[in-house]
Every structure is written in structure tokens, then in C-alpha cells.
Design a protein around this ligand. Structure first.
Ligand SMILES: [Zn+2]
Length: 521
């Protein structure tokens, strides 16, 4: 997700006009220089803007305009305390100055207890404690992304990139234009904005999420913005980020099964999200389902462009935009069609793929933790269909009273009688099969569920457990490691991995796992 501050240029003309009359009117740098500085920031050329701002301050040490410019570069370099200090010299009462001060103040407050840890090209900032368990995984994913995606887009940033890991969704809302409501409705968990990557720790979601691909996705946004000088349109931004988010792990398949279903459904019902409705951000769409559809549309458009023009076309397009070329005409010239025609051709191509619409295969929204709620006990409530929910509720009670066979019958009934493919239900039945030693039945069920929801933590965990109980340790290791990557905060997974490494005499892995475990204990 991201928002492109298209209006900033206009906004800052207004600010400058207001400030010119209000602040230090007798000693101001030439307005066009200050304007150029703000434009550089809007292009994400933060280093260029900083250099210019410092020159302006040297020439006009008392200029509020120059201090404001430098405060913005501080902010874009994630030096919030410095930005706040600098803002003391800026007396503008204009709304936009006030808003910027508020944002800088909130961001400073939200991150004041953060500590940091660096890899070759990234600076991670987070709260000391359990979130440290994320670092080895995050560093691996982003450094790999730096290499693979940097090569692909022919752009390797020289400055280290700041990645902030927030302890909860409220923090993301405080430091960004997204409201809590936007975050809940769209399931947004990360952003690339203000020259940095922001992500909510998977610790705050009931089952974690595919946060490593998400980090890589945001890094794609970072590269696209920097290399194009922030001139890449939002729809293709999202398309490219989705299209490339799995490349770091040598995977070219980016379209999740649910996106395939949602896209097939769109063609069946002739219901699409028009490109213009994707502004200002996919996070502002009205439902998680619409967000999935928008992603599916734009990422398959991106793939289609790459098919027609080759993978290196994206790098070329970014370079053209940075030089001031117009996006539409550059793309249209390259494709030899108008963008409208391109979309018609894209529709034909998608139709020819015969994507399958699977009823009952629904988008799962990110399930954030709520205080005082046992996620396992209340998980039946996440099942939308009433009939299924009632059956599951009954089965849950039977299971809790140790009537395992009766519980199995009710869960089976729920699966057979309704269309739902909800992985919560599948895992409840599979978990009960495990309890009664029916490993083969559990495997069949879980494999089917993984086909639809490949990143669902509980399925990966139960799959690992099935193999663990049948003493197939290499397979158990494979699934538990995957489960850990989605949710590294589940102590059970750590315990099992330590046991699995021990059984296979993988001494180094075992020691590393014990080290990881200490972060969350
Ligand atoms: Zn995105």
C-alpha cells in the first residue's frame, strides 16, 4: 500500500505563500529555491533536498522557509527529534505547517522508545523485546530483495533504508494518513511512505501473516518511487509491487489462490474496480474483497505488460519517468495501443486463462488481536455462514467435553453440508483427527486447505504436527519452519522445532532456534 502525495506541490506553494508574508519576511531565500527544495523532497530525492536546505540556511540563518525545508528533510530521513527541534524556528500558522508539526510530533512520540539494528542496506527500528525475533527473518528477506529486485529494476539505493516495526495497528494509524477504520476494513498491515517502510508486527495478529512478502512488497514500492522520482502511477505501483513481492525467495508465482478466485468472480459478474477508483490508496477501498480484486487486476496487468515487453521494461519505464517523460504516452508508445485498448486485451487474455471461481473460497481479513479474547475459543465467530457457524459451535463444545467422535461428526457435517472452505473449520476437524490418531485423514484435509490458503498459520502448524506425530521429521521441519515464518510468536512452534532439530541432530539449527525462542519467552 502507499499513497502518492500528488497534491504536495500545490500545497507547498500555498504554504510558502502564507509563510512568505508571516515569517522572517526580511531575510528569505529566493522562493524558487525553496520551492525547488520541496519538489526534491516530493521526488524523494531527500539527499538533494537536504544539501539545498543546508545551503539556504547558511545564506539565510534566520529564514523560517529554509528551516521548514530542512525540518522536512529530517523527517524524511526519519530523524523526528531533529525535525521537531528545527520546527521551533518555523512560526507559520498555516494549516499545512500545523499538520506537518502534528505528524512529526506524533511520529516522534510513537517511536521514541524504539531501538535499532542494521543490516547492510537497512536500518530496523522496533521496540526491544519479543519483536527482536523478527530481525533475522526480516534482514534475510530484505537483503535478498535488495539484491534480486535491485538487479531487476537496475537500482540499488546507496542510503540505508529505514524499516519501522510497529507494536500494533494504532501506531500505523498515528504515523500515517490511514484511520484505524481504513486499516481494519482493508486489512492494511504495511505502508511505504515518507521515504521509509512501515509494518505492523505480526505479533498483533491472531495468526500472524505473510509479513516477509509484505516487507518485500513495500521495498518494491520504495524502489519504484525513488527510481521514478515519485512519478509512477498508483495502480501500476500496486501492480508491480504485487507482481514482484515473491521474487526474493525465487518464486515467480505471485497470484494467491484467493486472488485467482476473486478475479474469476469479477469476470463472471462483470464487477471490476476501475483504475481511477484505486486512488488515493487501495487501503481506502470499501472491503477487503475489493482490495484483493484491485490487487488481482493490477498485478495481472503488470504481468501482461512484462509478457509483452519483457521484465526489463519496468526499469526502462522508471528511468523515462525520472527524466520527465509522461507515463501514459511512454506506456502507450511501448505497447503500441492506448491504455483503454490495453485493458481490453488484458481482459481477453485473462478470460483465456479460464481461472476457476470457487464458491466458498472467501477473502480472510487480517484478524487483529483484541484484549481479553481467547482467539481459539472465539474463532468459530470468524465463520461467516450461520449454519456452519452453529455446527462448529456445537462441535467445539463436544470436543471440549472430550466427546471426540461426536465432535468429528459435527465438523464433518459442517464441511459436507456447506460450501465454505474456511480454514478455521478445516483445522478444527484436522486437529480433532489428530487427537484421535487419524493422521491420514488429517493430511488429506489439510492439503486441500493449503491449496486455497497456503499461508494460514494453523494449517501449516497442524501439517507439521501430523508429520511430527508420525515421526517424519524432515517433513515436520518443513511445515513448522513455514509456520514460524508466518507467525514467529507461537511458543509451541519453537518448542517443536527445537525437538525436531534435536531428533535429527541438527545442532546449529537447534541452538539458533533456542536463541530465537528466548526473545518471546
Ligand atoms: Zn502496496
Amino acid at each position: 500500500m502507499k499513497l502518492i502525495p500528488r497534491l504536495f506541490i500545490l500545497v507547498f506553494i500555498c504554504i510558502l505563500a502564507a509563510m512568505a508574508s508571516a515569517v522572517y519576511a526580511e531575510v528569505r531565500p529566493a522562493p524558487d529555491q525553496v520551492f525547488k527544495g520541496h519538489e526534491l523532497i516530493n521526488d524523494w530525492d531527500i539527499e538533494g533536498a537536504e544539501k539545498l536546505a543546508q545551503e539556504l540556511i547558511e545564506q539565510n540563518p534566520e529564514s523560517g522557509d529554509a528551516h521548514f525545508l530542512l525540518a522536512r528533510t529530517d523527517f524524511f530521513k526519519s530523524n523526528y527529534a531533529q525535525a521537531m527541534d528545527r520546527l521551533k524556528y518555523v512560526e507559520g500558522s498555516h494549516q499545512n505547517v500545523k499538520e506537518f508539526k502534528e505528524l512529526a510530533k506524533e511520529t516522534l512520540k510513537a517511536t521514541e522508545h524504539f531501538v535499532s539494528s542494521e543490516s547492510d542496506h537497512f536500518i530496523f527500528r522496533y521496540l526491544e523485546g519479543p519483536d527482536e525475533v523478527l530481525l533475522p527473518f526480516a534482514k534475510e528477506a530484505l537483503e535478498q530483495s535488495y539484491k534480486v529486485l535491485g538487479d531487476l529494476l537496475e537500482y540499488h539505493p546507496r542510503e540505508k533504508i529505514v524499516v519501522e516495526i510497529y507494536p500494533g495497528r494504532e501506531y500505523l494509524s498515528r504515523v500515517s494518513p490511514l484511520t484505524l477504520q481504513d486499516i481494519e476494513t482493508s486489512g492494511t498491515v504495511a505502508l511505504c511512505k515518507y521515504n521509509r517502510i512501515m509494518i505492523i508486527s505480526p505479533r498483533f495478529l491472531v495468526r500472524g501473516y505473510n509479513w516477509l512478502d509484505t516487507l518485500s512488497h513495500e521495498f518494491v514500492h520504495y524502489l519504484l518511487t525513488r527510481k521514478s522520482k515519485n512519478r509512477f502511477p498508483l495502480w501500476l505501483h500496486e501492480g508491480a509491487a504485487k507482481f514482484l513481492e515473491t521474487r526474493w525467495r525465487e518464486e515467480t508465482d505471485y497470484l494467491s489462490p484467493i486472488m485467482e478466485t476473486v478475479l474469476a468472480g469479477a469476470f463472471e459478474n462483470d464487477y471490476f474496480i476501475p483504475l481511477e477508483n484505486m486512488m488515493p490508496s487501495l487501503a481506502k477501498l470499501k472491503s477487503a474483497e475489493d482490495v484483493q480484486l484491485a490487487y488481482a487486476e493490477v498485478s495481472t496487468m503488470m504481468e501482461y505488460i512484462a509478457e509483452l515487453k519483457g521484465d526489463s521494461f519496468l526499469s526502462y519505464l522508471l528511468a523515462q519517468l525520472a527524466q520527465g517523460q509522461n507515463f501514459e504516452s511512454t506506456l502507450e508508445t511501448a505497447l503500441g495501443t492506448s491504455i483503454a485498448e490495453f485493458q481490453t486485451n488484458w481482459q481477453k487474455r485473462i478470460r483465456s486463462l479460464n481461472l476457476e471461481f470457487i464458491p466458498g473460497h472467501k477473502t480472510l481479513t487480517s484478524k487483529f488481536k483484541k484484549g481479553g479474547e481467547d482467539p481459539e475459543e472465539s474463532s468459530y465467530r470468524e465463520i461467516e455462514e450461520k449454519r456452519t457457524r452453529d455446527l462448529v459451535f456445537l462441535a467445539d463444545i463436544l470436543k471440549s467435553r472430550n466427546f471426540v467422535k461426536a465432535a468429528v461428526l459435527e465438523y464433518e457435517k459442517a464441511i459436507n453440508e456447506t460450501q465454505t472452505l474456511n480454514p478455521i473449520l478445516y483445522n478444527k476437524l484436522a486437529g480433532t483427527y489428530l487427537k484421535s490418531g487419524e493422521h491420514d485423514k488429517a493430511k488429506v484435509l489439510l492439503r486441500k486447505s493449503l491449496k486455497h490458503y497456503p499461508h494460514f498459520h494453523t494449517t501449516l502448524l497442524n501439517m507439521g504436527e501430523t508429520y511430527f506425530q508420525t515421526q517424519d521429521y524432515p517433513e515436520a521441519q518443513n511445515f513448522y519452519e513455514k509456520a514460524q515464518r508466518i507467525n514467529p510468536f507461537n511458543p509451541f512452534v519453537h518448542n517443536r522445532l527445537i525437538q525436531i532439530y534435536n531428533k535429527q541432530e541438527l545442532k546449529e539449527k537447534k541452538e539458533f532456534q533456542e536463541q530465537l525462542y528466548r526473545h518471546i519467552e
